[in-house]
Design a protein around this ligand. Structure first.
Ligand code: DON
Length: 606
């Protein structure tokens, strides 16, 4: 049953959407920024008249469906000095503990990362990898890539069987894992920008693993849902002690993990990549037919990259370059959108159409041209250039959907990743996204090590041209090669205001929807004028070029909007929730943190 939707998009807007245009599709942009559409062309996108909306800012509130399931401001936290937002209450508290003890945002982010590995085993990890964007108060900017790499014994067709079919081994089991980067990455961030020792920032995580914590209903539900997968491997006894997931209120104690964390705290990354933990990992790989070796572990290195730095209407975006596709795809999208001024009102069919056509184009580039730039020549400068975006913008027809050849999506597994944002009293900011890809990764749990391994190999084009678990159809550039990083969508991003001060720290989980959801939260704040709580709860859309459809959160957009989009030629797929974002916004009195209204977690500050 659809929720009753109050249709607030009235006639004038509909006319704008459907009327044939006599002007070029693109609003010209000057060097100083965008300007209004030329006179005599199609009517400019118009804000809904305040008379038609019940409350709030006329630019957006009128397009919320009545009864939209995420209520106002419920997830918001305020802090004068510092803030942490993550998908786990206990991990956010761990970050706060470190901040209160005098740590900076990087110290706290590393504390959150290790705590998530304990309290949010769904996605938090030491068996996976991630990306971190850092902006220090003194202006230093950094992008850290601690993505997994393909093992040295990996081959291009390792996931294709003798009949030429893609197997599920890139998703489930021992072959699905890349060499983990999380421990080396968190340590590298701490060494370069932190002020505390690993032992100090890991204290909360070690305590949580050793003494345990009470399972809440979110963890219980997620464990129950993953029982079949996890119980194929060695984690079954720990998480399902009597054959059932530990019930809410039960205590989860992880002694193997506590020992592993202790070894890392004492020895640094050597405590993970060599010695007993590495032995346990390699032994489990050998037992289950995996290919990660001691040499793979010894050779793993996180990489400091040049952040993608781009602008949108006077704001600066600092975000992640390859091996993530997030930064380039987002910069390209924002550069295209900059050609339309102002954007149509939030939630209207013209708005969704313009976003869809923009993302369609930037994802075409993403899927065919982006990959690990250490292995493949990536035309980074061209893709993020304003000139190139102008060319793409001129191809957008404001009245009709363009077409990408259709391809069936293949969503094979529940997915998961997690993003956290941290700011401190000095004004340092950290955005980090980390993942084991699917929920509980490959489901392979390392006995003696106490952690799940990732199934990140599926982020490669395991068979170029065939969709991966996110329905992404990717090309040869992202094919499997030993030592190569699989292309990611993770987009930890820091937005600076016109004065160059940190405004927004944001990122998401959700595979390719990461890119579009992060872009939408940014747009909601800086373009649509929403407070962060509204920017986060606002209904979301997604388009990734293939499959050629707009995905919309069900019940978030009016029936009239859906009808208009269909009339423009879009195929529409409704889904319950899109992406999982955690964000922090600077406000005049300090920081405003909002955890994802669609998921678990906590924003907490002081
Ligand atoms: O790196 C990537 O793009 C994917 N491995 C992210 C997976 C993800 O976000 C799943 N979470 N919901």
């Amino acid at each position: 049953m659809r929720h009753p939707i109050k249709v607030l998009l009235l006639g004038s807007l509909t006319v704008w959407a459907c009327r044939p245009s006599t002007r070029p599709a693109v609003t010209p942009t000057t060097a100083e920024g965008p300007r209004a559409p030329a006179e005599g062309g199609a009517p400019a996108p118009r804000a809904i008249s305040p008379a038609t909306v019940p409350t709030g800012d006329a630019r957006y509130s009128g397009t919320y469906a009545a009864g939209w399931r995420f209520p106002e401001a419920r997830e918001a936290a305020f802090g004068a000095d510092a803030m942490v937002a993550s998908n786990s209450d206990l991990a956010s508290e761990a970050g706060l503990e470190v901040l209160r003890a005098g740590g900076n945002a990087v110290d706290a982010a590393v504390a959150v990362g290790f705590a998530l590995a304990v309290t949010y085993p769904f996605a938090g990890n030491i068996g996976g990898g991630g990306f971190m964007t850092i902006r220090m108060a003194d202006g230093r900017t950094a992008a850290l890539d601690y993505r997994e790499v393909a093992p040295l014994a990996a081959t291009r067709d390792m996931f294709v069987d003798a009949t030429g079919k893609l197997t599920d081994q890139s998703v489930l089991g021992h072959l699905a894992s890349g060499v983990p980067g999380a421990v080396a990455g968190l340590d590298a961030a701490l060494q370069r920008y932190g002020t505390m020792s690993l032992a100090q920032v890991m204290t909360p995580a070690i305590r949580l693993a050793r003494d345990g914590f009470l399972v809440d209903s979110a963890l219980f539900r997620s464990l129950r849902g993953a029982q079949d997968r996890i119980c194929r491997f060695a984690g079954c006894a720990l998480f399902y002690p009597q054959g059932e997931a530990i019930a809410p209120g039960g205590r989860l104690v992880q002694l193997d993990l506590a020992r592993t964390l202790q070894a890392i705290a004492e020895q640094g990354p050597r405590g993970f990549y060599t010695g007993p933990v590495a032995d346990a990992l390699v032994e489990e790989m050998r037992r289950g037919g995996g290919i990660i070796t001691h040499e793979d572990l010894r050779r793993y290195e996180p990489k400091w990259r040049d952040a993608v730095v781009s602008t949108y209407r006077g704001h600066t975006l600092i975000t992640m370059p390859p091996a993530s596709s997030g930064g380039i795809t987002m910069a390209e999208s924002f550069n295209i959108l900059e050609h339309f001024a102002p954007l149509p009102p939030f939630g209207s069919a013209p708005y969704l159409h313009l976003l869809a056509e923009t993302f369609r184009r930037s994802f075409q580039d993403r899927n065919s041209k982006l990959a690990d730039a250490d292995f493949v020549a990536v035309p980074r400068e061209e893709l993020v250039s304003k000139t190139y975006a102008r060319t793409l913008a001129t191809q957008i027809d404001l009245r009709r959907a363009s077409v990408t050849p259709s391809f069936a999506p293949a969503v094979r597994e529940p997915e998961h990743t997690t993003h956290y944002s941290v700011v401190d009293a000095a004004g340092n900011a950290v955005a980090t996204t980390t993942t084991i890809n699917g929920g509980y990764g490959s489901a392979v749990w390392i006995p003696g090590g106490g952690f799940f391994m990732n199934n990140e190999m599926d982020d490669f084009a395991a068979q170029p041209g065939t969709p991966n678990m996110f329905g992404l159809v990717q090309g040869e550039a992202n094919a499997v090669q030993p030592g190569k990083r699989m292309l990611s969508a993770m987009s930890p991003t820091i937005v600076l205001d016109r004065e160059g001060k940190v405004l927004l720290v944001v990122g998401a989980a959700g595979g390719p929807t990461i890119i579009t959801a992060v872009a939408q939260v940014i747009l909601n704040v800086i373009e649509n004028g929403m407070p962060l709580a509204d920017a986060m709860r606002a209904p979301r859309m997604h388009h990734q070029s293939l499959p050629d459809q707009i995905r919309l959160e069900s019940e978030g957009f009016s029936d009239a909007t859906l009808a208009q989009l269909k009339a423009m030629g879009h195929s529409i797929a409704l889904q319950n929730g899109i992406a999982n974002v955690n964000a922090i916004l600077r406000i005049p009195t300090g920081w405003h943190g909002v955890k994802e209204p669609r998921g678990s977690g906590l924003a907490v500050g002081y």
